[in-house]
Design a protein around this ligand. Structure first.
Ligand SMILES: Nc1ncnc2c1ncn2[C@@H]1O[C@H](COP(=O)(O)OP(=O)(O)OP(=O)(O)O)[C@@H](O)[C@H]1O
Length: 230
């Protein structure tokens, strides 16, 4: 269980507030207008921004001041955070250890993850030698080997076409389920959200509403949602 208690962040003239709980293993879409604070919410959870006040707890442990490297969190950004000079295999291997020389069991883990995301035989390619969808698969394979209980994705597939985005969203959900992780995904595309989300956190003007089951959210959406759909 992830708890945000009276979380408040002030950054220049922008303020973010959140008072909410996210259940274990939930797949949560974070939606809201541009500039509302969705990325800021994720970066607070990842430990990249320090709270002005309030408390963040993970399974009752206060993680408000725990640095990103010591949080049990994996983050995927729009560019998939792949290192361009490393192969797909090495990029996935970084999810296990920072050293490039992996042990036999670790090599097997990386290869199993590459197989699981449909990249068997492509481990030797660098990101520039892979399609956008395949690059996303590398990032997802890294999530598989990382096995972090909390996965944060900030518009991870926005560079992909609609069909590929849905496929990747399915795969992300599948990986979260396999690793029993809680998944938070910022998405601007309601089709992705409809497909994979259990719950929705609506963020508007710096206020993060508590997660609502998708069906409840759709039954009485916030007023800004219609504009958001366009
Ligand atoms: N480093 C920063 N310093 C000061 N203000 C910032 C910084 N980063 C973002 N902001 C501001 O904080 C607010 C929230 O930004 P954020 O990126 O969280 O919004 P968002 O909902 O993710 O938007 P989008 O959907 O456009 O990506 C915006 O007003 C933005 O201008």
């Amino acid at each position: 269980m992830l708890n945000l208690t009276d979380v408040y962040l002030r950054q220049d003239d922008f303020e973010l507030r959140a008072n909410l709980t996210i259940g274990d293993g939930r797949c949560v879409a974070v939606m809201g207008p541009s500039g509302a604070g969705k990325s800021t919410l994720l970066s607070i959870l990842g430990g990249f921004q320090t709270l002005t006040s309030g408390r963040l707890t993970w399974h009752d442990a206060d993680i408000s001041d725990v640095p990103p490297s010591q949080r049990n969190v994996a983050m995927v950004f729009q560019d998939n955070n792949l290192f361009p000079h490393m192969t797909a295999f090495q990029n996935v291997g970084l999810g296990i250890a920072a050293r490039l020389k992996l042990r036999k069991a670790e090599v097997d883990r990386v290869n199993t993850a590459l197989d699981a995301v449909g990249l068997a035989g492509l481990g030797a390619r660098r990101p520039s030698e892979l399609s956008g969808g395949q690059q996303s698969r590398v990032a997802l394979a890294r999530l598989l080997v990382q096995r972090k209980p909390l996965i944060l994705m900030d518009e991870p597939f926005s560079a992909l076409g609609p069909a590929m985005r849905l496929e990747m969203a399915d795969l992300a959900r599948d990986i979260a389920e396999r690793t029993s992780a809680t998944l938070l995904m910022v998405s601007h595309d309601f089709k992705d959200v409809e497909r994979i989300a259990d719950d929705v956190i609506w963020v508007e003007a710096g206020v993060c509403l508590p997660p609502q089951p998708l069906s409840e959210f759709l039954a009485s959406p916030p007023s800004g949602f219609t504009d958001y759909l366009g």
